[in-house]
Design a protein around this ligand. Structure first.
Ligand SMILES: Nc1nc2c(ncn2[C@@H]2O[C@H](COP(=O)(O)OP(=O)(O)OP(=O)(O)O)[C@@H](O)[C@H]2O)c(=O)[nH]1
Length: 204
């Protein structure tokens, strides 16, 4: 196989309580659509999008995991091999905010400390907020996570924020919140072994 034929795939897991907008976020990013209907994810789902990082084609594999605890045993198995994680809570759901640390621990238990971002979704509903800005910022700081406020509905910060900016700002990225340069783990899903096209880069 020629070097040009090689493919790089990066697995990202999106986690958080039920109904915070995980499926919507992935759909917005991969299909450019938003639906008002709530269809609970059963177990896991998966979508992908081709992106370019540092001139290299990359397949971003986005794993949509169920937020309901009843699916924990199933979803856990799908965290394995994840190279990055997106933690989501909703502006209108305090419990989802309070569960973030637990979600982080669940992912960490399977994959260790992978590059992770924190997302407050549904900021179009800011007038109904049950979480103070300072609280969310303090959590991000305490957990040393890059923090985005987003609205999947209004397409705010999803494409340019959570996914695109994150993946294009991967190289030699110094986070302002204490994280040092985040290094992309060797990609097990690559179809052929070669030099890492990212150098010391990360997805998120
Ligand atoms: N107002 C508003 N509604 C949103 C937003 N994002 C998602 N929703 C709605 O929130 C509901 C739940 O969204 P989902 O994407 O299904 O939530 P989920 O986190 O995947 O839920 P589970 O599959 O149960 O884990 C749906 O009715 C969406 O239309 C947003 O940014 N703003």
């Amino acid at each position: 196989m020629l070097e040009e034929d090689m493919e790089v795939a990066i697995k990202v897991v999106v986690v958080g309580n039920g109904a915070v907008g995980k499926s919507s976020m992935i759909q917005r990013y991969c299909k450019g659509i938003f639906t008002k209907d709530y269809k609970k994810t059963i177990g896991v789902d998966f979508l992908e999008r081709q992106i370019v990082v540092n001139g290299e084609d990359v397949r971003l594999l986005l794993w949509d995991t169920a937020g309901q605890e009843e699916f924990d045993a199933i979803t856990k198995a799908y965290y394995r091999g994840a190279q990055a994680c997106v933690l989501v809570f909703s502006t209108t759901d305090r419990e989802s905010f309070q569960s973030i640390e637990t979600w982080k621990e669940k992912v960490e238990a399977e994959v260790g400390d992978v590059p992770t971002v924190l997302v407050q979704n549904k900021i179009d509903l800011l007038e109904e907020t049950v979480i103070k800005n300072e609280e969310a910022e303090a959590l991000a700081k305490r957990l040393k996570l890059r923090f985005y406020r987003a609205s999947v509905k209004e397409d705010l910060n999803v494409t340019e924020g959570v996914f695109n900016t994150s993946s294009s700002n991967v190289c030699n990225q110094n986070s302002s919140n204490g994280r040092e340069v985040i290094t992309l783990r060797p990609n097990k899903q690559r179809t052929k072994k070669s030099k890492n096209p990212f150098g010391s880069c990360s997805l998120l």
